[in-house]
Design a protein around this ligand. Structure first.
Ligand SMILES: Nc1nc2c(ncn2[C@@H]2O[C@H](COP(=O)(O)OP(=O)(O)OP(=O)(O)O)[C@@H](O)[C@H]2O)c(=O)[nH]1
Ligand SMILES: [Mg+2]
Length: 328
């Protein structure tokens, strides 16, 4: 259900041509054949890169082509091998062919998979002299590169989980800051199952999970949200979404914390960001209450977009160090 997918084209390099040439030196009138072999074409490999968490991190390049091998030289010199091309993919990438057959399941950091084999270099005429033919013009042509269309699929794992009471505006925020378009409604329990969205910020991206609203007693099984708390157990950060228009917003936050701790103490210990939503209709009282309790909050409006950029930056700053490498 939560699939990130893309289709890419990989093309390996053609081998270099083998050369047909003959030794020419002042005192050797009929020099033998000395055409060198062509270099091998570059192969295309996929390699798991831990800095990537979604296929978007691969960038917009949908075509990966390795260089061709270089033609053989005179004096039996071989042409240069082309370098292999390594394409970074996130861990958990499944590679399929156009018919949907699984070709590779790339899970381990650093794991490599040969996506397209570089072509063998051609053979120069140096190899074909025989007693009957001292001046062969024969060469063996190089192998062409391979061209493949590959389908990449990634089962997304959420980095950030949204928690809040029904109607707080979780789905509206997800809608605003991510690629997902969950349903929004002015009634509780609009969201019935978790939805994942990708948030992109510059060259980096992360995954957020919108889950149904929690209600008091969720830990004992009331409402819907508790069934889905397990979906956010593996996230590293929780985004608390609070309806700041409500007078008892701070109290609701405390209740939410209690519910989470009752469900699983580890949830209460996760890093958190608190977003006081609905700034466009007035959240001053709520913000004051949070301040009184020395809690930092971000004031946002999912409707006008106020504070949403700051929210994305705050969430990005919570990404584990590994994710931040290569961040620019
Ligand atoms: N004025 C205003 N209304 C908002 C804002 N964010 C959400 N809403 C409204 O609040 C209502 C609930 O929004 P949702 O995004 O569906 O809330 P939710 O937290 O996902 O709700 P559940 O899925 O039921 O838990 C909708 O009518 C939204 O239009 C906001 O920033 N300002
Ligand atoms: Mg919702």
């Amino acid at each position: 259900m939560f699939l990130d997918e893309t289709i890419i084209e990989v093309i390996s390099g053609k081998g270099g041509e083998g050369l047909c040439s003959f030794r020419r030196e002042a005192c050797v009138p009929n020099g033998g054949p000395d055409g060198g072999d062509g270099g091998k074409g570059g192969s295309v490999f996929f390699q798991v890169n831990e800095q990537y968490s979604t296929l978007l991190d691969m960038g917009n390049n949908r075509k990966y082509k390795a260089e061709n091998g270089v033609k053989g030289g005179t004096s039996k010199c071989s042409g240069k091998y082309a370098e292999d091309l390594f394409v970074g993919v996130p861990a958990g990438t499944l590679v399929k062919d156009e018919e949907g057959r699984i070709l590779a399941d790339l899970t381990e950091p650093g794991q490599k998979w040969l996506a397209a084999q570089g072509g063998r270099g051609g053979m120069g005429n140096q190899h074909f002299a025989s007693p009957r033919n001292q001046a062969p013009r024969k060469t063996i042509p190089p192998q062409l590169g391979e061209r493949k269309i590959l389908h990449l699929e990634l089962k997304l794992m959420a980095d950030v989980g949204l928690v809040g009471f029904p109607n707080a505006g979780k789905s509206s925020l997800v809608n605003k800051i991510s690629s997902a378009r969950p349903k929004i409604g002015d009634y509780p329990f609009t969201t019935l199952e978790p939805i994942l969205g990708i948030v992109q910020m510059g060259a980096r991206s992360f995954v957020i999970a919108d889950i149904p609203g929690l209600i008091e007693g969720a830990a004992e099984g009331k409402g819907l949200g508790h069934q889905f708390l397990k979906h956010i157990e593996r996230t590293h950060t929780l985004l608390f979404v609070i309806d700041g228009f409500e007078d008892d917003a701070y109290k609701k936050y405390v209740k939410l914390c209690k519910e989470l701790a009752a469900f699983h103490p580890a949830l209460a210990e996760k890093q958190r960001v608190i977003a006081v939503n609905k700034a466009d209709i007035g959240v001053e009282k709520a913000v004051k209450d949070f301040k009184k309790h020395k809690l930092d909050v971000l004031v946002v409006s999912a409707v006008t977009g106020q504070g949403c950029k700051e929210l994305v930056i705050a969430l990005t700053n919570k990404l584990p160090a590994l994710h931040q490498k290569g961040w620019h």
